[in-house]
Design a protein around this ligand. Structure first.
Ligand SMILES: *Cc1c(COP(=O)(O)O)cnc(C)c1O
Length: 386
């Protein structure tokens, strides 16, 4: 094992797709796609044009490309809304000249990833008061409050997708359409259900960001941005290495809007979001696998891992669900102490702490390697006996 050569002991990841824990193992086919991609050179623009065709098929969007993650996709999406096809504006980001740099977001949707918008030069403006979150009242932000918050400085709206997100995306889109401003959807972790690949686009979102390293099963540092052709082309122009004479550049049909640039922009704000051919190919193969697998097969695959943990442990679990993901819940006398013992072990075991305060350890199968399941069961039993 390569990690041992460098003095690193792999962990058992029963927590989930967390970046901090390097998410889950890649399917052999995905790892092989990355290895094979590494053995040849390609024109990156041609590669992203191929990615565009694949993402069009998977999402129904006009265009798309592979990014280095959902956070990168959000940064690039904001840059696209700020600069559109204005090469001068691209060159100035994160500074905006005309003051049209604000992105509205429901205060209840503020989260640690939204600073990607500000990194590009956007400024977040909170809308509404999420009374229902504090228990002080029953309301969240309304679409009418968004309509009221739009000013000439508004560059877009950021909507963080969730099954119960308020206001509903459809209402936000109606308000944004009426005002002529774009809507970016952060759908990083909204897969499965696989239908969500198409859903936000179908509802009228202008740009949608997905993580590649979560349930799609792509490389950890991959994601995708899908949406309206002009905005996607703008985002791509701000990420690509464009260090070539303008006369040598030709816009591929998938990103034809690039031919509208008045002049050739410099390497852009998104250059730090660089994505390599290995990640692009890994993500595309993972996306094909994800869209080809039906929900029942995916669930059975995850359930089989949980069954292997349960059988090897000989313990009694409760069966839980998080969306379409089956879980095991283990009620123990001192959950925080047991969680710490597992983490301090060798190999370290990371379980999901979502219900720790209730005395419950959660086993999430998404990032769990098949070969670790029986070992995990034994380690759980041993930690409980201690
Ligand atoms: C995970 C996540 C992100 C970041 O995704 P990466 O692909 O790791 O960059 C952004 N937004 C939300 C809501 C997420 O859950």
């Amino acid at each position: 094992m390569i990690f041992a050569e460098f003095g690193i002991t792999p962990i058992i990841n029963a927590y989930g797709t967390n970046t901090r824990l390097s998410a889950g193992p890649l399917a052999d086919e995905v790892a092989e796609a990355m290895r094979a991609a590494a053995t040849a050179s390609v024109d990156i623009l041609d590669l992203q044009a191929a990615a565009c065709r694949e993402i069009q098929r998977a999402t129904g969007a006009e265009a798309g490309f592979v990014t280095s993650g959902a956070s990168a996709a959000l940064l690039l999406a904001a840059a696209a809304c700020l600069a559109r096809l204005d090469a001068g504006a691209m060159n100035r980001l994160p500074v905006t000249r005309e003051g049209r740099c604000e992105f509205l977001i429901s205060r209840s949707q503020r989260n640690m990833y939204d600073r990607a918008i500000e990194t590009a030069g956007g400024r977040l403006v909170d809308v509404g008061i999420p009374d229902r979150v504090s228990g002080a009242g029953v309301r969240d932000a309304s679409a009418a409050e968004f309509a009221d918050a739009i000013t000439p400085r508004t560059a877009g709206i950021l909507h963080v997708a969730q099954p119960r997100a308020e206001p509903p995306l459809r209402e936000i889109i109606a308000v944004a359409r009426a005002a002529g401003i774009p809507v970016i959807v952060d759908a990083a972790a909204q897969l499965p259900p696989a239908e969500n690949l198409r859903r936000f686009i179908a509802e009228g979102a202008d740009l949608v960001a997905f993580s590649g390293g979560k349930a799609i099963g792509g490389p950890q540092a991959s994601g995708l941005l899908a949406g309206q052709g002009v905005l996607v082309a703008s985002a791509l122009a701000q990420m690509l290495d464009l260090d070539l004479p303008a006369s040598q550049f030709r816009a591929p049909a998938e990103f034809s809007a690039l031919s509208q640039l008045a002049f050739f922009p410099r390497t852009g704000i998104g250059r730090s979001c660089k994505v390599g051919r290995e990640e692009v190919m890994g993500l595309l193969v993972a996306l094909r696998r994800f869209t080809a697998e039906d929900a029942a097969t995916r669930r059975a695959r995850w359930q089989a891992r949980l069954d292997a943990v349960r059988v090897a442990s000989g313990l009694e679990f409760e069966a839980g669900m998080a969306g379409e993901v089956p879980l095991l819940w283990l009620r123990v006398p001192d959950a925080p102490a047991m969680e710490a013992r597992l983490r301090a072990g060798c190999p370290a075991v990371h379980v999901n702490p979502a219900r720790l305060a209730e005395g419950i350890l959660t086993i999430n199968p998404v990032s769990l390697h098949d070969r670790d399941c029986a070992r995990l069961g034994e380690l759980l039993r041993a930690a409980l006996a201690e």
